[in-house]
Design a binder for this molecule. Structure first.
Ligand code: GLC
Length: 435
């Protein structure tokens, strides 16, 4: 195996075992409360955004409650926006004044986040925006995304991108030097003309790894599209990243490289339609949909990074808390079908999904079946079966009408004649121990 891939495999071992993390998008944009792209979308100048900086005072910020919610929901790691595209830093950077310590908050919020989550045994990651709409040396006029992209008064004359790169590299160095062990670095994002070596990506990653050799890095220093050296190839570049990070979708059948071998991936998904807090967005997914999204990721060999966008006071929205609590309920009973699990040796069944961990095959039953639930191709392969949530025995049925299907196994949830209603309307999990 190529050395890059061997290192990646070693580094991502815990990550792929743990499967489930919390994404936290939080910053000044929680005040306008129209999502984290508000400056770009509404073409807001630095000056007009300044009021939020002077006002930022999250009086209810308590990362211990965030950590508790994440941990109870079964999440094993969390990634916080240390700096988003608006350039505002939640950490005490010596390279800028545009940071939380200079707002009424007056504290290093990244440090508090890290302390709280580590104390609860979670691994920690930092999101860091490659874009910066506050830094004077980042391209303004004519850029694809900058709030001033259409304003010729913000021409790029006298902007020195190398100065920005020094700043950006310097901040990454600070984050990886001053805050103890960081498990994940989540760079965001590249776009045509601003990708790969535009960021001095090789140097950046080499520096990051020299500071934290086991650091896991996403693949957004690369732009999208078919290129040599990406994570999808057998010869990934130094900055190809350790995992792919599909956004707002779950890949149709997991993710593989050009030779068809699985690569590490993590789907990042919002609970409503925004990453950053949006006060008018109540379009939340149901707990059931989220539980099933987690199962879907695992069934395809990937992770789920589920987002919350705390409000200006520092509180996670009530709807998100409800989803996290539902996850907690379900995970309390069913976590064995998630951690350490991945793609199963059996095809996706009609009634739901499989996940698998060695000899343990987990049947996630979503649909009520007419009669016995069919386990295709499993006849003679089952040692025993238990309902995962309470450990109770489930026995294969030999009801007369299943005898026509000698290679399949069947069961009833009540061990008699019925498979409805399902024991858990979100996802009823049967643990099948294979011979
Ligand atoms: C994006 C967006 C962003 C969000 C991120 C999460 O590329 O720019 O606001 O932070 O995706 O994946």
């Amino acid at each position: 195996m190529n050395e890059m891939i061997a290192d990646r495999t070693r580094r991502t071992k815990w990550f792929l075992h743990d499967r489930f993390g919390m994404f936290i998008h939080w910053g000044l944009y929680a005040i306008p409360a129209r999502g984290e792209w508000v400056r770009s979308r509404e073409r807001i100048s630095v000056e007009d955004y300044e009021g939020f900086f002077r006002e930022f005072n999250p009086s209810e910020f308590d990362p211990k409650t965030w950590a508790k919610l994440a941990k109870e929901a079964g999440m094993k790691y969390a990634v916080l926006t240390a700096k988003h595209h608006d350039g505002f830093c939640l950490f005490d950077s010596s390279l800028t004044d545009y940071k939380a310590t200079n707002t009424p908050a007056g504290r290093d919020l990244v440090r508090e986040f890290l302390d709280a989550f580590r104390a609860d045994g979670l691994k920690v990651g930092l999101y860091y925006s490659l874009l910066d709409w506050h830094h004077p040396d980042y391209p303004h006029y004519g850029d694809r995304n900058h709030p001033m992209r259409e304003n010729p008064a913000y021409s790029n004359e006298n902007r020195d991108f190398n100065r920005y790169l020094d700043y950006m590299h310097g901040q990454v160095r600070e984050l990886l030097t001053n805050y103890g062990k960081i498990d994940i670095m989540w760079f965001d994002f590249s776009y045509p003309g601003m990708e790969c070596e535009t960021w001095k990506a090789k140097e950046l990653v080499e520096m990051a790894r020299s500071l934290q050799p086991e650091l896991i890095i996403d693949n957004r220093l690369e732009g999208s599209g078919e290129k040599s050296g990406t994570i999808m190839t057998k010869n990934p570049s130094v900055y190809a990243g350790d995992f792919a990070c599909p956004e707002q979708m779950i890949p149709p059948s997991g993710m593989t490289d050009e030779a068809g071998d699985p690569i590490p991936w993590e789907a990042c998904i919002t609970m409503n339609d925004n990453w950053g807090y949006c006060s008018s967005d109540h379009h939340f997914k149901s707990p059931r949909m989220i539980i099933r999204a987690l199962v879907e990721c695992v069934s395809k060999g990937g992770n789920l990074l589920l987002n919350v966008g705390p409000d200006a006071k520092g509180r996670i929205p009530r709807e998100s808390v409800n989803i996290l609590k539902a996850l907690a309920d379900w995970m309390k009973d069913n976590a064995d079908s998630i951690y350490g699990c991945g793609m199963a040796d059996y095809e996706k069944p009609e009634w739901g999904r499989y996940t698998q961990n060695g000899k343990k095959l987990y049947a996630h039953v979503y649909e009520e079946c007419m009669g016995a639930v069919c386990l295709r191709g499993l006849a003679g392969k089952i040692d025993h079966m238990r309902l995962l949530k309470d450990g109770s025995e489930i026995i294969p049925t030999d009801f007369w009408n299943v005898k026509e299907y000698p290679t399949d196994a069947f069961f009833f949830f009540d061990n008699r004649t019925s498979s409805f209603p399902l024991p858990d309307e979100n996802d009823s999990v049967l643990e099948i121990t294979l011979k």
